[in-house]
Design a protein around this ligand. Structure first.
Ligand code: C5P
Length: 239
């Protein structure tokens, strides 16, 4: 399957091109996939994807977390596929296979991931957001519900926190791709951390995730390349 390096996703959560490319150059030996999110994509536009490709052979994860009516999501996804990302993300509240016909007319290597429950959310925030007590008290069941809807819509995989991976694998088997953010190596400290449902790289891999997203523990460390190396080693030893 994938090597430890291929399983490490680094989010380029940076405001502009030169800063992002600096991290690509710094981390390309350690990182399998670079994630471009809203901040960088909105500030630099699609050219940033070619610029990253010019510096590295890593996969590109276009993490725009699209959220709209199915027809609009489908059209936006088709447009995004011309950039040949490895992964794209959608919020999927409707199943019914609406994403499947995207793959009918054209071959695409792009894999669509459904967002389940953002890792910054906890029971209190979900409660305030109007979710029923049953789901707020048992976030894992909400994640499984959202994952099932996403897979039913035609997603190839899902994004979820490390705490939900084992339950998801049990319920949905080995086939769906699972990507896990909210990763904190034991040696990392992120001041004022907004991630609530965090887990270490090795725990996440042992529980059955395919890819981990590690941002601030690498980006904000004194030696990002060395920190990424430590994460890859930790993945390696957990495989
Ligand atoms: O490791 P760190 O917390 O810095 O990672 C932040 C990254 O993880 C951001 O790019 C954010 O979009 C992403 N993320 C995600 N899905 C979540 C939570 C965070 O893709 N559920």
């Amino acid at each position: 399957m994938h090597s430890a390096k291929q399983r490490l996703i680094f989010p380029l959560d940076l405001p502009e091109r030169e800063q992002a490319l600096r991290y690509v150059r710094l981390l390309r030996e350690q990182v399998g996939v670079f994630k471009v999110g809203l901040e960088l994509f909105i500030s630099e536009g699609p050219d940033i994807l070619n610029a990253i490709r010019g510096e590295s052979d890593a996969g590109i994860f276009l993490d725009l977390k699209l959220h709209d009516i199915p027809a609009t999501i489908k059209r936006a996804l088709k447009s995004s596929m011309k950039y040949r990302p490895l992964f794209v993300t959608v919020h999927c509240d409707e199943g019914g296979g609406f994403l499947r016909d995207i793959y009918e007319d054209t071959y695409s290597e792009t894999r669509i991931l459904g967002i389940t429950v953002l890792t910054s959310l906890d029971s209190n925030k979900l409660m305030r957001g109007g979710y029923s007590r049953e789901y707020c008290e048992d976030i894992k069941s909400l994640v499984i519900l959202k994952a099932k809807i996403a897979l039913d819509a035609g997603c190839h995989g899902i994004v979820c926190s490390g705490h939900e991976v084992a339950g998801l694998r049990k319920e949905l088997g080995q086939e769906p791709i699972v990507v896990t953010p909210g990763i904190r190596p034991l040696w990392s400290l992120v001041p004022g951390d907004d991630q609530k449902r965090i887990i270490t790289p090795s725990e996440a891999i042992k529980k059955g995730t395919d890819y981990i997203v590690v941002g601030r523990p690498i980006r904000d460390s004194e030696d990002p390349a060395e920190s990424a190396r430590r994460v890859v080693q930790e993945i390696e030893s957990a495989l």
